[in-house]
Design a protein around this ligand. Structure first.
Ligand SMILES: Cc1cc2nc3c(=O)[nH]c(=O)nc-3n(C[C@H](O)[C@H](O)[C@H](O)COP(=O)(O)OP(=O)(O)OC[C@H]3O[C@@H](n4cnc5c(N)ncnc54)[C@H](O)[C@@H]3O)c2cc1C
Length: 381
């Protein structure tokens, strides 16, 4: 690990020390957004890691950004509360007009504006994104948007949202991924938008959105009309790598907790960690986290060198999610009954890390990508 990464890790860890286990346990119990933590991370500039310096960010790579999020999770926190502020702006950065970038990016970098809501998933179409039913119809200098979104996370803690909607009906496009467009929606001036929270098994602010003749100024369209699906795909590799790093952070946290407990807990007159039945699941999980970590850094290296990295980013996400889940189970088992007691934090992190098998892309969909796009197997959908 280079010196800068050591310093970076130390700085993030210092900040995380101010938000100990009790903080996360309390916000989890109260299902409250960790506002103080997100504010501190924003003020320290970490969420602007990927924004170029000319717009007030720190111009770092995905490698460094991923280390920030890994450290948050490695310290027992949950970067899922704010990770999207790092990467959603990528669509704006790569495909927005100069005027849009000049207007929004410095404000996002300073934290004045939160762009951390991303409306893609819909109730009836799920993983089959290109079939989404939300429509945006141009009328003069506005688009009129109608439809529904589900699991739109942090919509209540964002000022603006990136929204994917169909601008050309499916039967009028050559490819199903054509005819979709991305918009910036001002969430403070959104007449026709209803946001309803969804209660989930972990503390994750996510919502159902109803869009009923929501008017969005035409100048809020990003890039060209009809090319939105390509624009969001670009950003997804960064998202996968960053989330892989969070999984790696979770994984190391579980291993630390499991090994400490296994050394201390004495049953049958010896530490439980002396039994290979306890050692081996922890050791195996550690091996898999190390492997996932290598793939995560490989994917980040390719991304930062602007090389194709779709396969590596997806594989890193899958390996990370599997490894953190394996480590979560090993830690829970090692703790016996105490693993279920909230005060040990294992059950909280167990619930949190489980999400990554499903979101932002499910494990099956990654396997399908690898099978079809890397191995050239026949397409199944
Ligand atoms: C807490 C949380 C936060 C989220 N945040 C956001 C967000 O901010 N913005 C957003 O747009 N979305 C968000 N999502 C949505 C998330 O991306 C979707 O849940 C996910 O993509 C899967 O879609 P689905 O839930 O509709 O499942 P479905 O598409 O209905 O799939 C159900 C199951 O079937 C499997 N499956 C489906 N088709 C196939 C197939 N062909 N082959 C094999 N298996 C298949 C899937 O892998 C999955 O396991 C969030 C979800 C959660 C739970």
């Amino acid at each position: 690990m280079s010196e800068i990464h050591g310093e970076l890790r130390d700085a993030v860890r210092d900040l995380c020390q101010r938000f100990p286990d009790e903080y996360w346990r309390k916000t989890d119990r109260e299902r409250r957004y960790p506002e103080e933590f997100v504010k501190a991370l924003t003020e320290a500039g970490w969420l602007a890691a990927l924004i170029p310096e000319q717009y007030g960010g720190s111009g770092l790579g995905v490698t460094e950004a991923s280390i920030v999020l890994e450290e948050v999770n490695r310290c027992g926190g949950n970067a899922g509360a704010c990770h999207a502020q790092m990467y959603i702006m990528g669509t704006l950065l790569r495909h927005g007009s100069e005027a849009q970038k000049d207007h929004y990016l410095p404000r996002i970098a300073s934290g004045e504006l939160r762009l951390q809501a991303f409306g893609v998933t819909e109730p009836t179409t799920g993983s089959d994104t290109t079939k989404l039913k939300t429509t945006a119809v141009r009328r003069g200098d506005r688009y009129i948007i109608n439809g529904q979104k589900v699991f739109t996370s942090r919509a209540m803690q964002s000022d603006i949202m990136l929204l994917l909607a169909r601008t050309t009906p499916m039967d009028q496009v050559k490819k199903k991924s054509d005819g979709l467009s991305v918009f910036l929606v001002d969430l403070h001036n959104a007449k026709g938008l209803t946001i309803t929270p969804i209660e989930t098994m972990m503390n994750h602010s996510t919502n159902q959105l109803f869009l009923d003749d929501l008017e969005v100024p035409a100048e809020n369209l990003i890039g060209e009309e009809g090319r939105g699906f390509r624009y969001i795909l670009d950003g997804m590799n960064a998202e996968r790598i960053l989330i892989a790093a969070e999984c790696v952070g979770d994984g190391y946290w579980f291993i630390d907790r499991a090994t400490s407990y296994a050394k201390e807990r004495v049953i049958f007159d010896r530490p439980i960690g002396q039994n290979q039945g306890i050692q081996f699941p922890i050791a195996r999980a550690y091996v898999n986290i190390e492997a996932a970590n290598l793939m995560r850094f490989r994917a980040a290296e390719l991304f930062d060198a602007r090389q194709p990295c779709g396969a590596e980013a997806n594989m890193a996400k899958l390996l990370g999610a599997d490894a953190s889940w394996e480590a979560a189970n090993a830690a829970l088992q090692t703790h016996g009954g105490y693993g279920f007691a909230a005060e040990y934090d294992i059950e909280r992190k167990f619930r949190e890390t489980r999400l990554y098998q499903v979101a932002p892309i499910s494990t099956n969909l990654i396997l399908s990508y690898v099978a079809e796009h890397v191995l050239g197997l026949p397409r199944s959908y």
